[in-house]
Write a protein that binds this ligand. Structure first.
Ligand code: SAH
Ligand code: SF4
Length: 354
């Protein structure tokens, strides 16, 4: 099979084609003008366009379905060349604001949540993606394309600041090579130019890979899906905890190079009656002692046959208050797009059933 042109960083591309400077032009067509056909690369000579067509694939994803929420969240289901599907989400973090004279105060702020695998091997008991099993890794180009197509579909200007979170389907550290490559492609100055400190990799806690990621010095932010403070419960929620327990994760995080202005994010999925008690909050506080961290509480988002329940707002606020009053940074993730098959894996699951 031909490689995809989006699998390559600019320096790699410039070694593959002649003359070298064409790589910069190709990057601009791909990542500033979002073209999806080699024929549209108008400033390239026809013979070069033909050569590219012969040697490379382009634009490996097709939009299969889009759902838009009233809060501005847009959820995409993409079809890959082999017919598999993955999800990505465009989150409107802040609406544009204007001064009274009509001048712009700030433009919209976006975050794109992307997938890195079709399915997931980790098999967490609360996660639909995990329940549907693992099919394959995505390539770097397939990861990058999710952002490019979403920018194209929403006419988001090339130079608009945007954040990326690897929090869609799949476990990023189980596909580390392609994920690391995609991160480098995202940050290419002549491409999407999304600086590493605007990218966050979320992991279920593959401790040895956290250390490996740290050694790669990509400069990305780290998020840990912790969800439980003792190994017994964590094993029930996340079977991976048998291989990598909580202590091993905390030790790995302590070795991770954190950007001076940043903190490691600990995601804590709150499930009613399971992990929403103050005893857990207390233990969480002591676990994170000595780590430059912030906690993000997530409401469990129920789906059809799920055995768990969404916590009520009051217990979320109590949990948060316990932590913040003791000096920990703690936010509650407002469940965006609840009305549109909110959490990861849910739109795809719906499609499979349809
Ligand atoms: N595999 C990585 C990244 C993808 S999952 C990881 O686990 O970190 C991204 C986030 O979605 C995780 O924090 C996960 O806990 C959350 N998630 C999964 N199922 C959910 C559900 N039903 N409701 C709310 N969040 C969910
Ligand atoms: Fe995989 Fe993350 Fe879902 Fe767990 S929560 S099954 S690691 S995608």
């Amino acid at each position: 099979m031909k490689p995809n042109i989006q699998d390559f960083r600019e320096d790699e591309l410039s070694n593959l084609i002649k003359p070298k400077f064409r790589a910069k032009q190709i990057y601009s067509w791909l990542y500033h003008k979002y073209i999806i056909s080699f024929d549209d690369m108008k400033n390239l000579p026809k013979p070069l366009r033909d050569e590219l067509k012969e040697r490379f694939e382009i634009s490996p994803l097709k939009i299969d379905r889009v759902e838009e929420s009233i809060d501005g969240t847009k959820k995409y289901l993409f079809e890959l060349k082999d017919g598999n599907t993955v999800e990505a989400v465009l989150l409107l973090m802040k609406k544009a604001e204007y001064h009274s004279d009509g001048a712009i105060k700030h433009k919209e702020r976006y975050t794109v949540c992307i997938s890195c695998q079709v399915g997931c091997k980790v098999g967490c008991s609360f996660c639909l993606t995990g329940k549907s099993g693992f099919l394959r890794d995505l390539t770097a180009g397939e990861i990058v394309e999710q952002v490019r197509i979403i920018k194209r579909d929403n006419n988001i200007e090339a130079n608009r600041r945007l954040n990326i979170v690897y929090m869609g389907m799949g476990e990023p550290l189980d596909n580390l090579k392609a994920v690391a490559q995609s991160s480098k492609i995202f940050s290419e100055p002549n491409g999407l130019a999304i600086a590493p400190h605007r990218q966050t990799i979320s992991t279920s806690g593959l401790s040895s890979k956290i250390v490996k990621l740290g050694k790669m010095k990509l400069g990305v932010n780290l998020a840990i899906s912790l969800h439980a403070v003792d190994d017994e419960l964590r094993e029930k929620l996340m079977p991976i905890n048998k291989a990598y327990n909580i202590k091993s994760i905390i030790d790995a995080v302590k070795k991770f190079p954190i950007n001076e202005r940043k903190r490691v994010m600990f995601e804590y999925l709150v499930i009613k009656g399971v992990n929403d008690d103050i005893k857990s909050a207390k233990k969480l506080l002591s676990l994170l002692n000595g780590i430059k961290s912030k906690v993000n509480l997530i409401y469990f988002n129920p789906y059809g046959e799920s055995e768990y329940k969404r916590p009520d707002r009051e217990s979320m606020l109590k949990f948060q208050d316990y932590l913040t009053s003791r000096g920990l940074h703690c936010t509650i993730r407002e469940s965006k797009g609840l009305d549109i098959s909110g959490a990861c894996g849910q739109l795809r699951n719906q499609e499979i059933k349809d």
